[in-house]
Design a protein around this ligand. Structure first.
Ligand SMILES: [Ca+2]
Ligand SMILES: [Ca+2]
Ligand SMILES: [Ca+2]
Length: 340
């Protein structure tokens, strides 16, 4: 008797896992250490410079400033500290400073040299009557108004908790190029058909047909077609700190033969110097987005905002395949820069 074997087909269910990328703010805790802090006394309706110690500066974490007969001023990473060295009462005064949200009748204006996100009175503060209403701040300045309030030698302390944390989630959004040029290597013509089609993601592509002049997979510089894209029109504020950049491509190849990939490099000096290459996965045969870099990846270069000017910034794409009949299609290339 023949035994019938039932063959079960195992059905493998591919579970697509979606990585949900939350847009999170990257914050950088900043410290006052090493920062030069300046102090200016205001009273009797104006700036007041008639006493030794009316104005001066010190360095947080390494020096102090003395206002003789009043206090010694110092700072650590997050606090500015007044320790009073004599006893007395600050005089009544008309308004002496009132600008940019800063207000002083009789008191002191500090400039900490970096943007302030908040200032609070520390719980150890013990000047009677001094409240949050006596502290104003804006930009890099803090104003303390202590008119009519008293202090005691070696007892009174006023401590400001200063928060200079900065938010680094600013980015340029994805910017498109408005200029292109083939670079040397391979057939020396890059995307020889309709290169401007790569400016906008619209399903219409620039084409590099039968890309490359040699099969050598290691021959990335000499044997492969390259194309530069530029004039992205970035407008990044001059003093910004660049945290990273992303190059995004929408591309496909005609076949997986030769494992076609696109490599990318970026330049900060008009194409004289280039970063190390990054590469896409093996391209599929339908248009797909490929992203290289992240908001915190500088591609190994210390960037200035000015490096992203149209005059300087370049993206170079290199089409790499082990099959010289590979065709590359590029619907779009765009770049997003993150900074604070
Ligand atoms: Ca070509
Ligand atoms: Ca072909
Ligand atoms: Ca296009």
């Amino acid at each position: 008797m023949k035994k019938h074997r039932s063959v079960k087909n195992n059905l493998f269910v591919a579970i697509a896992t979606f990585a949900v990328c939350m847009a999170s703010n990257i914050v950088q805790a900043s410290s006052l250490i090493g920062q030069t802090i300046t102090e200016q006394y205001y009273a009797y309706g104006s700036v007041y410079n008639q006493m030794s110690g009316s104005s001066g500066s010190f360095v947080a974490g390494s020096s102090t400033f003395s206002f003789p007969g009043y206090y010694v001023l110092s700072a650590n990473a997050t606090q500015i500290i007044f320790n009073f060295t004599s006893s007395g009462t600050w005089s009544p005064s008309p308004v002496s400073y009132n600008a940019g949200g800063l207000y002083i009748k009789n008191g002191v204006l500090l400039d900490i040299g970096q943007a302030i996100s908040s200032v609070t009175l520390d719980g150890a503060t013990n000047m009677a009557g001094l409240t949050a209403a006596h502290v104003t701040y804006g930009g890099s300045h803090i104003a303390l108004d202590w008119a009519n309030l008293s202090f005691q030698s070696e007892v009174t302390t006023v401590i400001l908790n200063v928060n200079t944390t900065v938010n680094t989630n600013t980015n340029t959004g994805y910017r498109k190029p408005t200029a292109n040029r083939p670079d040397g290597g391979g057939d020396r013509n890059g995307y020889e058909f309709y290169p401007t089609n790569a400016y906008v993601a619209d399903g219409v592509s620039a084409e590099d047909i039968d890309s490359g002049s040699d099969l050598g997979a290691s021959c990335i510089s000499a044997c492969k077609d390259k194309h530069k894209f530029y004039n992205f029109g970035f407008n990044i504020p001059t003093a910004s700190h660049i945290t990273g950049l992303e190059v995004r491509l929408k591309a496909n190849a005609d076949s997986a033969s030769g494992s076609p990939r696109i490599f990318a490099q970026v330049s900060w000096d008009g194409g004289i110097s280039w970063t190390a290459r990054k590469k896409t996965k093996v391209l599929g045969t339908v248009l797909t987005n490929y992203r290289m870099g992240t908001s915190t990846d500088t591609w190994g270069h210390a960037w200035n905002a000015n490096d992203f000017s149209d005059y300087k910034f370049r993206v170079r794409l290199i089409n790499v395949s082990g099959d010289i009949t590979s065709d590359f299609s590029l619907d779009s290339v765009d770049v997003r820069v993150s900074y604070y």
